[in-house]
Design a protein around this ligand. Sequence first.
Ligand SMILES: *Cc1c(COP(=O)(O)O)cnc(C)c1O
Length: 355
Amino acid sequence: MSKFFSQKYSALTPYVPGEQPKDMQYIKLNTNESPFPPTEAVAAAVASESAKLQLYSDPECVELRAKFAKIYGIGTDQVIMTNGSDEVLNFAFMAFADDAHPLAFADITYGFYPVFAQLNNIPYEEIPLASDFSIKAQDYIGIGKTVVIANPNAPTGLCQPLSDIEEIVKSNPDNVVIIDEAYVDFGGESAVSLINKYDNLLVTGTFSKSRSMAGARLGFGIANASLIADLNTVKYSTNPYNVNRMTAAAGCAVLNENELYMANCRTIMQNREWTTCELSRLGFEVLPSKTNFVFAKSSRIGGENLYLALKERGILVRHFKKERIKDYNRITIGTAEQMQALISAIECILEEKTL
Ligand SMILES: *Cc1c(COP(=O)(O)O)cnc(C)c1O
């Protein structure tokens, strides 16, 4: 740390992204990317936009928001486009949380929530998940704090019923409830249907997982128009051109073929069910997932040891050192071939252990 670094950030522990190693070709099952590249139409849209890079991007993302609003059945004033959904989460923490509206989120959830809270100097409470890793809705009902819930949750993959989410939103009318739906396209139940009913509900989402655009950085927030206006106040006070030209063009091209990406999600869901069965057959405990990953533990090999043994065989999964989940690995669901390679590798690793 230099002597110039502001005191206000001196205690900050930054988020640690999943590794993106360059030393060899891994089967990458560690950062919940899509195994399916975007189509030719996306590449073409990006290429043609790249000829206009001397011009600023559209800060209002007019074309992108229009296409998006149509697909989601909302008004164009009910959505904001951001640089990944990480950005809309940060904007939301800045806009809707402070000393008078401290944050509440689960002890086991997306690792960026405590980081954004610390960055913005917002007090936060971490609420333990139940022993089965589900969210106990009663813990959040009437809590009187700015609530953030990833639904489905990460890294557990578990999904809460929409009725629980509605109770939490309804019982905290003086606070914004943020539902992070990064994984909703893999079988979850979206809260977008409730935005006209509750003025304190913000739903966030991303093109990173279900729409093959992790490297382009495109996220969104959906809420009633006045919450979106507040988010825009923060956006225009930090980075008006937060969505660059190529990303906006890619987003439009993806939405033109939305059905194709949703079909990819259904393929991932089939591969997920296959992987869950195979891991169970090998004695793993696998949490029932509504995401593009599974969270699994074996009684025969520790979480970190399995992670290391798989890495040696060229397969990357995500291991978290946090005490409560250190026996588990989070395994992204890829193509059928990738999942077969994973299962074969795990079979070898377990066999070698028993020899
Ligand atoms: C991946 C993820 C995000 C953010 O993804 P972006 O790439 O920034 O859009 C947000 N929330 C959860 C729970 C995630 O897993």
